[in-house]
Design a protein around this ligand. Structure first.
Ligand code: RTP
Ligand code: MG
Length: 142
């Protein structure tokens, strides 16, 4: 399988729970490398632009309010099949449906406060990585 990059966000609820390290540890144990990272408190504009694909959905305003409610940790993960691997580590969107042992099963409290974001396709990964990082902020690690 090809080496891929994917965009991961540790959402405000998980940052507030102080589990950044525990989540990073799951990425590393699964063979994903963190090749870029920054902590940000997203502005309204940044959150709306990031989630533009959901603009017409009923949960859009709540999603933007939540994502701007506190700092987030944003990272680029690199590895074999990184996009799908990260989605598998995350678990289902609704933590009640997330498989045992996934990040959302263990750390999320609701469908809104669901601990993490991960790109869901190659096209979204490319857009989302570029949304937060310039090329010179990414450090390939081989
Ligand atoms: P994400 O984009 O955050 O990685 O999550 P996802 O792919 O699993 O879910 P997506 O369908 O892209 O939705 C984005 C985020 O919006 C919130 N959501 N709320 N109330 C609802 O029905 C609902 N549906 C989605 C979740 O926080 C989800 O992560
Ligand atoms: Mg999504």
């Amino acid at each position: 399988m090809a080496i891929e990059r994917t965009l991961s966000i540790i959402k405000p609820d998980a940052v507030a729970k102080n589990v950044i390290g525990e989540i990073y540890s799951r990425f590393e144990k699964a063979g994903l490398k963190i090749v870029a990272a920054k902590m940000l408190h997203l502005s309204q504009e940044q959150a709306e632009g990031f989630y533009a694909e959901h603009k017409e959905r009923p949960f859009f305003n709540d999603l933007v309010a939540f994502m701007t409610s506190g700092p987030v940790m944003v990272q680029v993960l690199e590895g074999e099949g990184a996009i799908l691997k990260n989605r598998e580590l995350m678990g289902a969107t609704n933590p009640k449906e997330a498989a045992p042992g996934t990040i959302r099963a263990d750390f999320a409290s609701s469908i809104d406060a669901n601990a993490v974001h991960g790109s869901d396709s190659a096209a979204s990964a490319e857009r989302e990585v570029a949304y937060f990082f310039n090329d010179d902020e990414i450090c390939p690690r081989g």
